[in-house]
Ligand binder design. Structure first.
Ligand SMILES: Nc1ccn([C@@H]2O[C@H](COP(=O)(O)OP(=O)(O)OP(=O)(O)O)[C@@H](O)[C@H]2O)c(=O)n1
Ligand SMILES: C[C@](O)(CO)[C@H](O)COP(=O)(O)O
Length: 239
């Protein structure tokens, strides 16, 4: 039975939280690493649960930690916890399988984006409700972006790279979560068994479905590397 948060909400939020966090360094699964004394997953779920549209939350936890994550989240919000998979998209598929048939809007949100404000959850959900099949929050790219290739020779720190070209950043966007979908659209993309993708919108896009952008939030940064934890701690007073 799927735990309900708010019976009047129309949105299920899937929270993939089963990643190892290799880029963050040693210290166990990333979603359980502490930020100001609380696991990232607790920060993330608390903010998702504060969004009025959210009827239920399904967390994909590391398989060995399912019971521990249930106990951890019980005081935070009513959530359903399932075992995640080897890749992010397997974790999302496991959580999607637990969504009841009568939920029409499904959001997928990284536990690693622990400070994402409830307002962003609402704006993505509203865009799906307003008729968009798939919705992603985006930010402009702030650095100059180069395409590189191998120079075919060894440099001081491994194979040397050379610049092949400069990409027009005006047409590029940095993509965040939550990503929102009509439930049938997300389910069809996962059922199609597409090749590996780093985000769900990529799977939907490959299926030929239009993906709509809405403004993202600096607070929805992904905690990926050690410096990101320091930045997130500094942001806590505004997030
Ligand atoms: N098998 C996986 C891999 C990732 N994730 C989740 O997907 C989100 C985004 O992934 P990322 O930030 O890249 O996390 P990790 O895969 O844990 O990081 P790394 O690549 O550094 O190991 C995270 O909330 C992570 O827990 C997941 O549920 N299952
Ligand atoms: C889904 C995502 O957060 C969009 O930016 C991102 O692709 C997930 O991170 P990963 O490092 O690619 O797994």
């Amino acid at each position: 039975m799927t735990a309900q948060l708010n019976a009047r909400g129309d949105v299920a939020v899937l929270v993939p939280a089963a990643g190892a966090g290799l880029r963050l360094g040693p210290g166990g699964p990333k979603a359980l690493r502490l930020l100001a004394g609380e696991p990232l997953l607790v920060h993330a779920v608390r903010r998702v649960a504060a969004a009025p549209s959210v009827r239920l939350i399904i967390v994909a936890a590391p398989a060995a930690d399912v019971e521990a994550v249930r106990a951890l989240l019980a005081p935070v919000a009513p959530v359903t916890v399932v075992a995640g998979g080897a890749e992010r998209q397997h974790s999302v598929a496991a959580a999607l399988a637990a969504v009841p048939e009568d939920v029409g809007v499904v959001l997928v949100h990284d536990a690693a984006r622990a400070l994402t404000p409830p307002e962003l959850v609402e704006s993505v959900a509203a865009a799906v409700r307003g008729g968009c099949a798939a919705v992603i929050p985006v930010l402009p790219v702030v650095d100059t972006i180069k395409e590189v290739g191998s120079a075919g020779a060894e440099g001081p720190s491994g194979p040397a790279e050379v610049v092949l070209g400069t990409v027009d950043r005006a047409v590029l966007r940095s993509v965040q979560t939550p990503q929102g979908f009509r439930r049938d659209v997300l389910a069809a993309a996962h059922a199609a068994g597409l090749a590996a993708h780093t985000d769900d919108a990529g799977m939907v896009e490959k299926a030929g479905i239009p993906v709509t952008c809405v403004p993202g939030s600096d607070l929805a940064m992904k905690i990926t590397r050690p410096l990101d934890l320091v930045i997130a701690e500094a942001l806590l007073h505004v997030a």
